[in-house]
Design a protein. Structure first.
Length: 296
C-alpha cells in the first residue's frame, strides 16, 4: 500500500472533473490542518471551500491563453491530519515524496502555513523556496511552540537546508526575524518596495536572486494580498499587494523549474466566499503558467 492510499481520503473534486492519477501531471492534495493557528482559526475548512469555489468560476486564463480544463489534473483528496504537528507533517512529507517520485507536480491546499515545512522535507537540497507572504515566519518560538505557522520558515532554514529562501510581499515582522534573516542570508522584498520599484524592476530583481537554481518550490500565503481583496485570512495585515500584482509576479516566477507549490491561510468562515474565490483563481493561473512553461 502506498502512502497516499494510507494517509489520504477522497473529497469533492477540484474543478469537478479530473484525469486518473496515472494520466495526471498535476496532483491536488488538501491539508485541512490549523492546529497552531493564532488570532483567527478556521484554515482547516479551506480545502473544501476552495474546491467549491473552483466549481463556480471560469477556468480560461487570458494571461496564458489556456483553459484549466485542458490540463491533466487529479485531485487526490485530503490528508489525514492529526492534532500532533509532527505526525501531520510526517504524513505530508511521505505522501509528497511519493508524488515527487511519481514525477507529478503537487499542489497542496492548506490549511495553515506550517504545512510548507512538511512539503519541503520531501525535497532535496537543490531547491529555492519562494514564499509570497506578509510575514517572514522566522521566529524561534511563539507561544511556547517551536514548530508553528510563525516559526516554520526558520525550521526550514535550519533543518531542510534549502539553497535559497526568498520571501516576497513582506510587511509584518518583528526585530528578531529581521536579525535572523540578515545573519542567515534569507532575502525578502517588502510590499512597499514592490510598489516603489514596479512590476518590471521587481521581476528583474527576482530573476537575479533565483539565477542558477535548478528547482523552485512556491508557497503562497493569501495574506500576502491586502485584506481588501482577501478578508478571510487568519492574520490580515494592511498595505498588502493587489491581486493583479501578485499574479504578475507569480507569472514571472512560474517557469520550468517549479516542482510544486502550496496555497495556504484561508479561513473561509470570515467572509462570504470572496477569499476562497481568489484562492481558486490564483491556483488556476499558477497551473496555467506552469503548463505554458512546461509545454512552451
Amino acid at each position: 500500500m502506498s502512502y497516499p492510499e494510507l494517509f489520504v481520503s477522497p473529497s469533492p473534486v477540484f474543478m469537478g472533473s479530473q484525469q486518473t492519477f496515472e494520466e495526471a501531471e498535476y496532483v491536488i492534495l488538501g491539508v485541512p490542518f490549523d492546529v497552531t493557528s493564532t488570532y483567527r482559526s478556521g484554515a482547516r475548512f479551506a480545502p473544501l471551500a476552495i474546491r467549491e469555489a473552483s466549481l463556480n468560476i471560469e477556468g480560461y486564463s487570458f494571461r496564458t491563453s489556456m483553459d484549466i480544463k485542458d490540463l491533466k489534473i487529479h485531485d487526490l483528496g485530503d490528508l489525514h491530519v492529526a492534532g500532533d504537528v509532527e505526525l501531520t507533517l510526517g504524513r505530508l512529507a511521505l505522501v509528497a515524496q511519493d508524488l515527487f517520485d511519481a514525477k507529478k507536480v503537487p499542489v497542496f491546499i492548506g490549511g495553515e502555513h506550517t504545512i510548507t515545512l512538511g512539503a519541503m522535507r520531501s525535497l532535496d537540497e537543490n531547491v529555492a523556496l519562494v514564499s509570497f507572504d506578509a510575514h517572514l515566519d522566522l521566529r524561534d518560538d511563539y507561544l511556547g511552540l517551536t514548530i508553528s505557522h510563525t516559526t516554520f520558515m526558520r525550521r526550514i532554514k535550519e533543518n531542510v537546508k534549502t539553497y535559497k529562501i526568498l520571501e516576497i510581499g513582506t510587511r509584518a515582522v518583528c526585530r528578531e526575524e529581521l536579525d535572523y534573516a540578515k545573519e542567515s542570508g534569507i532575502e525578502f522584498l517588502t510590499a512597499n518596495q514592490i510598489r516603489k520599484d514596479g512590476i518590471k524592476n521587481t521581476v528583474e530583481t527576482i530573476d537575479d536572486i533565483l539565477k542558477g537554481y535548478e528547482k523552485i518550490y512556491l508557497t503562497i500565503d493569501l495574506d500576502v494580498l491586502d485584506p481588501a481583496f482577501v478578508p478571510a485570512v487568519p492574520n490580515p495585515e494592511p498595505e498588502g499587494l493587489d491581486t493583479s500584482t501578485l499574479l504578475d509576479l507569480l507569472e514571472a516566477v512560474c517557469d520550468r523549474r517549479v516542482v510544486g507549490f502550496d496555497l495556504v491561510e484561508v479561513a473561509p468562515h470570515y467572509d462570504r466566499g470572496v477569499t476562497a474565490n481568489q484562492a481558486a483563481k490564483i491556483i488556476f493561473e499558477v497551473l496555467c503558467c506552469l503548463e505554458r512553461a512546461r509545454k512552451g
